[in-house]
Design a protein around this ligand. Structure first.
Ligand SMILES: Nc1ncnc2c1ncn2[C@@H]1O[C@H](COP(=O)(O)OP(=O)(O)OP(=O)(O)O)[C@@H](O)[C@H]1O
Length: 278
């Protein structure tokens, strides 16, 4: 039986956020998502995925509440919030002269100063093993490829062992093999540690294959939330993305989204947020 207390995990209560006077996230409420879950945040370009992740991370002015394990994040000192929430931005880490290992060390100095040196070294060793990054530790960031820097950034977010990991398109620069490695590792990591991982991704097949839940964002609102097989339907893909798509089970038993065409006929066209006039 599930012994998880009702208040554990992530809960959003009428969360509103945006930039200046412009509201982007229009009052999102989400019943508690359980610790140990891997959750995909999907939706079209400009739907508000990055904005929502930044608002949950406390990086944007927001109204409403973000509750993590029952605690209102807005009431916590910044340092404590940073300890509980790890955030990987969409932009790749800068190509500086620092070594990857130094990046991970400085993340721990900033976020886990209470840990003794041996524990910090062990945490780095563990994340390096989980993500298969031994070859990168002693390489300078400005000598790494974009995908390699993205992996270093991901390890930087994970190594501090936050309760909630917010990852904004962590696979955007990665090839097929590393996309699978990252999603598989995140799922294992979530299960093993109870970390809740909320991951913005565009690849619906990765979301369907690895994630426990999918949150679909559309025009700054939650259009659907639930298990991939329930949420990723042709009707939703047409409504939210403006595409005609099939959702089928492949020979390996994985749910696959196959986009056939844009819904271009006048009767079923869906306005793209990228085409919207300000
Ligand atoms: N710094 C900013 N200042 C003003 N508006 C912004 C800013 N960042 C994003 N926006 C606007 O907020 C809206 C949502 O952007 P956001 O980056 O959250 O979308 P997204 O779903 O992450 O998109 P994508 O999939 O293209 O990365 C867009 O209309 C965008 O133009």
């Amino acid at each position: 039986m599930d012994q998880t207390p009702a208040s554990s995990g992530l809960q959003l209560d009428a969360l509103v956020a945006g930039y200046g006077g412009q509201r982007v996230i229009g009052g999102i409420s989400l019943p508690a998502v359980a610790p140990g879950s891997l959750v995909a945040l999907v939706g079209p370009n400009a739907a508000g995925k990055s904005t929502l992740l930044k608002a949950i991370a406390g990086l944007l002015p927001a109204s409403g509440r973000v509750l993590l394990d029952g605690a209102d994040m807005a009431t916590l000192p910044t340092r404590e919030r940073l300890r509980r929430i790890g955030y990987l931005p969409q932009a790749l880490p800068q190509p500086t002269s620092l070594l990857a290992y130094e990046i991970w060390q400085s993340a721990l100095r900033a976020g886990r100063s209470e840990w003794p040196a041996e524990r910090r070294a062990a945490a780095i060793e563990q994340v390096v093993a989980e993500l298969d990054l031994a070859a990168l530790g002693l390489r300078r960031m400005d000598e790494l490829s974009g995908g390699q820097r993205q992996m270093v950034g991901l390890a930087q977010a994970i190594v501090r062992a936050p309760r909630l990991l917010l990852l904004d398109e962590p696979t955007s620069a990665l090839d097929l093999r590393w996309q699978l490695t990252v999603l598989d590792t995140l799922r294992r990591h979530a299960r093993a540690t109870g970390t809740l991982c909320l991951v913005a991704v565009h690849d619906l097949n990765l979301a369907a294959r690895f994630c426990d839940q999918v949150l679909v964002l559309h025009h700054g609102a939650l259009a659907a939330a639930g298990a991939p097989a329930q949420i990723l339907t042709p009707a939703l893909l047409r409504q939210v993305y403006g595409v005609r798509a099939r959702v089928e089970t492949c020979s390996q038993g994985h749910l696959m989204v196959l986009a056939d065409a844009t819904a271009s006929a006048a009767s079923d066209s869906v306005p793209s947020p990228l085409a919207a006039t300000p």
